[in-house]
Ligand binder design. Structure first.
Ligand SMILES: [Zn+2]
Length: 378
């Protein structure tokens, strides 16, 4: 890299850092991931006359957050009806009037967006001029349906910001911490390892990316790098752990948390992994369409904290499409409340879970969580 390139990268990094809400997180104020989301909501209320009349940003309750999200949902409906040719067509045909969405029960009046709809006409979902797109990602994910999703610069930064908050929740915020990232390189355009590596750089922690599928090579890199945290696909982390259990002193090398990502992790697999490394193994969930880093367990291992305030989450009956109450398992349906490039309304994830509508013992008092995620049978 030439000197001028180095200077330009450094300026870009400093500009990006200044925009990060995650910089303001204070561990004494509760769960970092929840703090990040709630601070974003607070800022918006403070800067919006109408919202300020409805909510006191300094004393937000769980009910306030739900009401706020409903307002954002209505706003988003108006926005997509003006800007996305897909939603304009569908909602006009259905006679949708955003002002009629007054309660969570009313959400059922809005049709679900299916992965097939997104795959068939990706650019019809676009709400901003194509020249403002900075990244387009394609993925077949777990549904096997190839989809494209586009993001603006600010949205990529928001995703990175959310990841940094999650890293803080995992107690990664010092230059002595190193995240060992071991996703296989994805030849499609969305590489989780690269995005995570960038988040680590902005968070001021080290990362080591190794895309090798060789368990032996990964273990050698972990031993050499002084890593404190490991992230990888659940099945691979399990395979790696089963291999590592025969290494003398593996519990003492300083791994503090292991994040099992993108695939279901059974309690048996979790117990195997934890007994090898002598630390917590936590589940993480995300979808390319939603920005990948969407939900993660805290040390309580009791439900996933979702990246609020980005998402409005619902659970629906997979057959009748009826909205189900908290505690009842069904299909996870997500609306991307803050996205401006390609927002998704009531997106059918084809993953199974339920809503946990209660405070978490980690100190997250306001956000809803979701229970363990299972794949829906195809
Ligand atoms: Zn928690």
């Amino acid at each position: 890299m030439s000197l001028s390139e180095k200077i330009s990268t450094s300026i870009k990094m400093n500009v990006a850092k200044r925009k990060l809400e995650s910089r303001k997180i204070d561990h004494r104020d509760g769960n970092p991931l929840e703090q990040w989301g709630v601070n974003k909501i607070k800022n918006e209320i403070k800067n919006n006359k109408e919202l300020k009349q409805l909510f006191n940003p300094e004393e937000l309750s769980r009910e306030n957050i739900k009401d706020y999200k409903l307002i954002k949902f209505r706003e988003l409906l108006n926005y997509v009806m003006e800007n996305s040719s897909y939603y304009k067509d569908v909602f006009e045909k259905e006679g949708i009037d955003p002002s009629q969405i007054e309660s969570y029960d009313d959400l059922a009046k809005i049709p679900l967006t299916n992965p097939e709809d997104l795959a068939a006409k990706p650019y019809h979902f676009l709400c901003i001029p194509r020249k403002k797109i900075v990244r387009e990602f394609t993925s077949s994910g777990t549904t096997g349906i190839r989809k494209m999703i586009a993001y603006s610069q600010d949205e990529i930064l928001e995703i990175v910001d959310a990841i940094i908050s999650a890293l803080k929740m995992l107690e990664m915020d010092s230059k002595d911490d190193t995240l060992h990232i071991m996703y296989p390189t994805i030849t499609a355009t969305w590489d989780p390892g690269v995005i995570l590596g960038k988040a680590c750089m902005l968070a001021g922690v080290k990362s080591v990316i190794n895309d090798s599928e060789s368990v032996e090579e990964q273990i050698n890199t972990i031993l050499e790098s002084g890593s404190t945290h490991i992230i990888g696909l659940s099945s691979f982390v399990h395979k790696l752990s089963m291999e590592a259990k025969n290494i003398d002193g593996i519990k003492d090398i300083g791994i503090r948390k292991i994040i099992c990502s993108s695939e279901p992790l059974t309690e048996e697999m979790r117990a195997d992994i934890e007994s090898v490394w002598g630390c917590e193994a936590l589940r993480q969930w995300g979808m390319t369409e939603l920005g990948l880093a969407n939900a993660i367990e805290c040390s309580q291992q009791n439900g996933f904290h979702v990246d609020n305030p980005d998402f409005l989450i619902e659970i629906v009956d997979p057959v009748t499409r009826e909205i189900l109450p908290p505690g009842v398992e069904g299909e996870l349906v997500i609306t991307t409340l803050r996205r401006k490039c390609m927002p998704l309304i009531r997106y059918s994830t084809r993953d199974f879970t339920s809503i946990l509508d209660e405070p978490c013992k980690c100190g997250a008092l306001l956000d809803q969580r979701i229970t363990d995620i299972k794949r829906m049978p195809k």
